[in-house]
Design a protein around this ligand. Structure first.
Ligand SMILES: NC(=O)c1ccc[n+]([C@@H]2O[C@H](COP(=O)([O-])OP(=O)(O)OC[C@H]3O[C@@H](n4cnc5c(N)ncnc54)[C@H](O)[C@@H]3O)[C@@H](O)[C@H]2O)c1
Length: 396
């Protein structure tokens, strides 16, 4: 598997993620084959990459020569059919970033496996599908894994590396080393719904929506509490509008269903209705807020007591989720900290935050919510309870 020449990287799917991943690989000296089933997507990817590299040159992070060489390393190809996958025949690692549908991904992996060399590692950038289920479509599932980048791939430092049950250690460490060599920070995640970030971050949206649904506070009040008091870069509602409800709601729903309808992850009907109405957020001009010309955002009350009640509630749910991810061995304590600060820019690691507040305070908040609602949603992780009982840290 170890080769003298720089491994050739294939990327299947030239949308937002695929074009970003291809750009990162080419910037780091790899020859890259970037293919897409739609010619318009290939043109858009060529444009996007060229613009992104020009921005890097303008910011003096790249010389014009280096940007030009990067472009020369990129081979953009239109793939009219699965049979045209033979352009990937020289690849050592192929990262698939096509539409988020299991049948499409399984088909793509089969088409790739027919043409790539025996040593080639096949990875999926899926956000929510099972790596085991994608890999099972292959003759050699031991060389398949998840390599999950964040959007935009050239900017976001975190990459989750996700072995399936069938994945061998050698392709895993070999491909992780490659991603590390691109200056990315990799964390290892268990093949479970939402991996680390998309699982642990759910309460940021879900609990905010629940507070809104109950009429306890407005979207602006909640956004104000989380940014002004919590130090988050964007409040939950502006962030959902920014991500798009088509993406954000679908991730929540898929994590919830894949976790057997665990009420901790239950989606909100309010968000569902926005999606039904086509009010997808910033990209469609309206979501929780209006984005039309001259639109103004409703003012927050900026009430300190209300704000801290909101922050404490959402934060307690987030910290509980981070601890539960460690409890269920989705990841380690160190990696959950890295994942949330580098994957979604949280101002602090959730465990460090929990230890600063005190795990007993976090537990008291979850138990208070449980007493109030009598819902399984407000269920403290057994590990949180144990940490409080034993007065123990997860970080030291
Ligand atoms: N957008 C994000 O924030 C984000 C973040 C991390 C992971 N992901 C995951 O990355 C993958 C791609 O997401 P995206 O946002 O780039 O989507 P996208 O819609 O921007 O791009 C997908 C591309 O794949 C092409 N495509 C679809 N089926 C194909 C096939 N069979 N063969 C070749 N090309 C095909 C489409 O033409 C399109 O250009 C998904 O699995 C998604 O869940 C997305």
């Amino acid at each position: 598997m170890v080769e003298e020449r720089k491994p050739v990287i294939g990327v299947l799917g030239a949308g937002a993620m695929g074009s970003g991943i291809a750009q990162v690989a080419a910037t780091h000296g790899h020859s890259v084959v970037l293919g897409d089933a739609h010619p318009a997507a290939c043109d858009a990817a060529a444009d996007r990459i060229a613009r992104s590299l020009t921005r890097e040159v303008e910011k003096r992070r790249l010389t014009r020569d280096a940007a030009d060489t990067t472009l020369e390393r990129l081979n953009l190809v239109h793939l009219p059919s699965a049979a045209s996958c033979d352009v990937y025949a020289s690849c050592d690692l192929v990262i698939e970033a096509i539409v988020e549908r299991l049948d499409a991904k399984r088909e793509a992996f089969q088409a790739l496996e027919r043409v790539v060399p025996r040593h080639c590692v096949l990875a999926s950038n899926t956000s929510s599908l099972s790596i085991a289920a994608i890999g099972a479509a292959c003759q050699h599932p031991e060389r398949t894994l998840g390599i999950h980048f964040f959007n935009p791939a050239p900017v976001m430092p975190l990459v989750e590396i996700v072995p399936g049950i069938q994945t061998d250690n050698a392709p895993l460490t070999w491909s992780r080393d490659i991603i590390d060599s691109w200056g990315k920070t990799t964390v290892l995640a268990l093949d479970t719904p939402g991996f680390i970030v998309n699982r642990v971050a759910r309460p940021y949206y879900g609990e905010a929506l629940r507070i809104l649904d109950e009429g306890l506070a407005s979207a602006s009040d909640i956004d104000w509490a989380m940014t002004a008091l919590g130090g988050f870069r964007m409040g939950p509602f502006e962030l959902m509008d920014f991500i798009g409800h088509d993406v954000n709601y679908v991730v929540t729903e898929s994590v919830w269903t894949a976790l057997h309808y665990d009420p901790r992850f239950k989606p909100s009907l309010t968000q569902r209705r926005l999606l039904d109405a086509g009010l997808l957020g910033k990209k469609s001009g309206r979501g929780f807020y209006n984005y039309g010309p001259g639109a103004e955002r409703p003012k927050a009350r900026e009430d300190a007591a209300l704000g801290s009640a909101i922050l404490n509630r959402i934060l307690a749910m987030l910290i509980n989720e981070a601890i539960d991810a460690v409890y269920l061995r989705v990841t380690t304590a160190a990696d959950v900290e890295t994942a949330m600060t580098k994957g979604v820019n949280y101002p602090k690691g959730l465990l460090a935050w929990g230890e600063e507040i005190g795990y007993s305070t976090v537990l008291a908040e979850i138990d208070r919510l449980h007493d109030e609602y009598h819902e399984d949603r407000y269920r403290a992780s057994p590990l949180l309870r144990r940490l409080v009982r034993e007065n123990r840290s997860l970080l030291r």
